[in-house]
Design a protein around this ligand. Structure first.
Ligand code: NAI
Length: 328
């Protein structure tokens, strides 16, 4: 029973992989790099490969299939980076490894508070001993309407976390959740969301239907000074439209754990590089935009859960057992 693990991080995941290799009696091949044409041969003899957010297009899947790979598990919740249809055509099974929603939900609340209290500017000023107040007045959550888009596991935990702050909560989802409705939270249409929310936080997966759901038109319908938090996927927001919104003052602030085209940049040290992502550079430069490098998930609990469950899924697959992590 052999699994080839790509993007295995030396400083935190490796020890866990070695622990579960023993516990689950699986032979592992650990590769620190993202899967590509050059290192695909490492999967020869493995039925399963274990990846993170690196793109897995049809051509690469075909190559892995030619080495006998039948199961691709991503150590993430989102799987928009894998061409699931192509995998199905090749007879491959795709799976993910969701972890508890609390890590991302806590992080979201942190970004919300940082954004409404202008924390980026506060930290920047204290770093240079500028202890002035002008321009740093914040707002209080009790006075705000917060809109949550996507009321799945993370969105619902965010709603729960926010319930103690006294803000008005509204929600949007393509499928309304009974538990959310019972708690007295109103579902609204997207147009109502744009009109009513002082702050919008995104918790929907990226699909073909909702790519750039926050675009020029959506922003134009928002309240003046509306704030946006994104811990879901960069492609949900048209970055150019967001930049224009910030420049005009229409958007009052943002907290972005994810941005468009982040792959290849996030998780690497690019101190000395000229980056090929103008949107990221511009957004990062705004005093009212907090950018972090796709790390809302990064807690001790989440990392151990993904390593363990990604391998448990491989074991289920290889033993022909029911696999709760399979993407249907
Ligand atoms: P989930 O599957 O439990 O919930 C997603 C919800 O979004 C569902 O209720 C679904 O009906 C809804 N939805 C689907 N399409 C929609 C649309 N067009 N508009 C509005 N709602 C829509 O997923 P979960 O666990 O809550 O994760 C949400 C997303 O968070 C993931 O898909 C992933 O992209 C992102 N994520 C980001 C992380 C980070 O580190 N920044 C870590 C983990 C997840």
């Amino acid at each position: 029973m052999k699994v080839t693990v790509y993007n295995c991080r030396e400083f935190d995941e490796k020890e866990l992989f070695l622990k579960y290799e023993k516990e689950l009696d699986i032979e592992l091949v650990l590769c620190p790099d993202a899967p590509n044409k050059e290192n695909a041969f490492l999967a020869e003899g493995s039925q399963c490969i274990d990846i993170i957010t690196s793109p897995m297009p049809k051509e690469l899947l075909e190559l892995f299939a030619s080495y006998g790979v039948k199961y691709v598990v991503t150590r993430t919740i989102g799987y928009d980076h894998v061409d699931v249809e192509a995998a199905k055509e090749l007879g491959m099974t795709v799976a993910n490894a969701p972890y508890g929603p609390n890590g991302v939900a806590d992080y979201t609340v942190m970004l919300i508070l940082m954004t409404i209290r202008k924390m980026k500017s506060i930290v920047n000023r204290t770093r240079i001993q500028d202890y002035t107040l002008k321009g740093l007045m914040g707002r209080e959550l009790k006075d705000l309407t917060v809109g949550v888009i996507g009321t799945g596991r993370i969105g619902r935990t965010v709603l729960n976390n926010l319930s103690g702050f006294g803000c008005r909560l509204i929600a949007y989802d393509v499928y309304e959740n009974e538990e959310v409705k019972k708690s007295g939270i109103t579902y609204v249409t997207l147009d109502e969301m744009w009109e009513r929310a002082d702050l919008i936080t995104l918790h929907a997966p990226l699909t073909e239907d909702n790519h750039h759901m926050i675009d020029e038109e959506a922003i134009s319908k928002m309240k003046d000074g509306a704030m946006i938090i994104n811990t879901a996927r960069g492609g949900l927001i048209d970055s150019q439209a967001l930049i224009r919104g910030i420049e005009s003052g229409k958007i009052g602030g943002a907290g972005l754990d994810v941005v468009e085209n982040e792959f290849g940049q996030y998780y690497y040290d690019h101190k000395e590089d000229i980056l090929n992502n103008r949107e990221l550079s511009v957004l990062r430069g705004f005093p009212n935009v907090t950018v972090s490098h796709h790390m809302a998930f990064y807690t001790d609990d989440c990392v151990e859960t993904v390593v363990r469950d990604s391998l448990l899924g491989c074991k289920c697959f290889m033993e022909g057992k029911d696999n709760p992590w399979e993407v249907k």
